[in-house]
Design a protein around this ligand. Structure first.
Ligand code: NAD
Length: 270
């Protein structure tokens, strides 16, 4: 049994994570953290999530549950995630991180922590998206240098604060890597005004934000006369939460390192 704590347990993903861990027969919910000073501190987390009494009360800091968990699942903000990395490295805990929008400096800090604790970090925890990365690499190798232009389109709910989505970037990177291109050089993230014709090696990104869209990603391979699209549509956040609970069970007790969902799902080549 892996004892799991959830950071940001009252958030959109936090509530789903509580449910996924309570439903997982290989996991125990060891703790749930909400913002310190929140009126939710002391509330039963199961009742907070509309799931009935869980026997675990929400706390305002990780210190309060230090002996109650082995792995922390964190879907919050980059700054909070970095604080939690410091805590978990110091106290011998594993982490599953779903937070997106880390800048280059924050990503470097995460890599440094990965030398001290085992962590799974993935911008998308769904099985379908992670399988799609393999399909995209296969398609890119066959089409990318054969006259097909590659464009990534993503759509999310109106509350999402970062763009393009971490998943869109992951998909773009899978395609770029398969083609030996550097996404920092070939990624095009905005087109406005007289931006000129498309370069053949560009990987373009477009973003849609609105309503309650959970997460949709399409990669188009467009040639003269035909087009292939690989699309993933998430219709419930539970798909991410179940993936995160599975990752927590997988990462517990592993050697320090930065793992991803391809590792967890056994999808890595070679
Ligand atoms: P949200 O705003 O609903 O939830 C974030 C929660 O974190 C809030 O409840 C907030 O109070 C809490 N929080 C932040 N700092 C805290 C702190 N210091 N202490 C305690 N609680 C704190 O957002 P969301 O939609 O749940 O998304 C959260 C993150 O997860 C985003 O970065 C989003 O892009 C990402 N996400 C990742 C995946 C994936 O599969 N990897 C899927 C969905 C969302």
């Amino acid at each position: 049994m892996t004892r799991i704590a959830i950071m940001g347990a009252s958030g959109r993903m936090g509530r789903m994570l509580v449910q996924a861990v309570l439903e997982d027969e290989h996991a125990d919910l060891g703790g749930a953290v909400v913002r310190s000073g929140s009126s939710l501190v002391g509330v039963d987390i199961g009742e907070l999530c509309g799931l009935g009494r869980a026997g675990v009360t929400a706390v305002g800091s990780l210190d309060r549950i230090i002996d109650d968990f082995d792995v922390l699942i964190d879907f919050t903000t980059p700054a909070t995630t970095l604080d939690n990395l410091a805590f978990c490295a110091e106290h011998g805990k594993g982490m599953v991180i779903g937070t997106t929008g880390l800048d280059a400096e924050q990503s470097n800090q995460l890599e440094a922590y990965a030398k001290r604790l085992p962590l799974v970090f993935a911008a998308n925890m769904s099985t379908g998206v992670n399988l799609s990365l393999n399909l995209l690499a296969t398609a890119a190798k066959a089409l990318g240098d054969a006259g097909f232009d590659i464009e990534v389109i993503e759509a999310h709910h109106r509350h999402k604060v970062d763009a393009p989505s971490g998943t869109a970037l992951m998909m773009g990177r899978a395609v770029a890597d398969a083609l030996g291109r550097d996404l920092d050089q070939c990624g095009v993230f905005s087109r406005v005004g007289q931006c000129g014709p498309r370069r053949s090696d560009e990987i373009g990104f477009a973003t849609v934000r609105g309503g309650d869209i959970v997460g949709e990603h399409t990669v188009m391979f467009v040639a003269e006369g035909e087009r292939i699209e690989i699309t993933h549509k998430a219709s419930s956040r539970m798909t991410f939460a179940r993936g995160a609970a599975r990752a927590a069970g997988w990462v517990a007790g592993r050697a320090p390192g930065h793992y991803d969902m391809q590792d967890v799902l056994g999808l890595k080549h070679g």
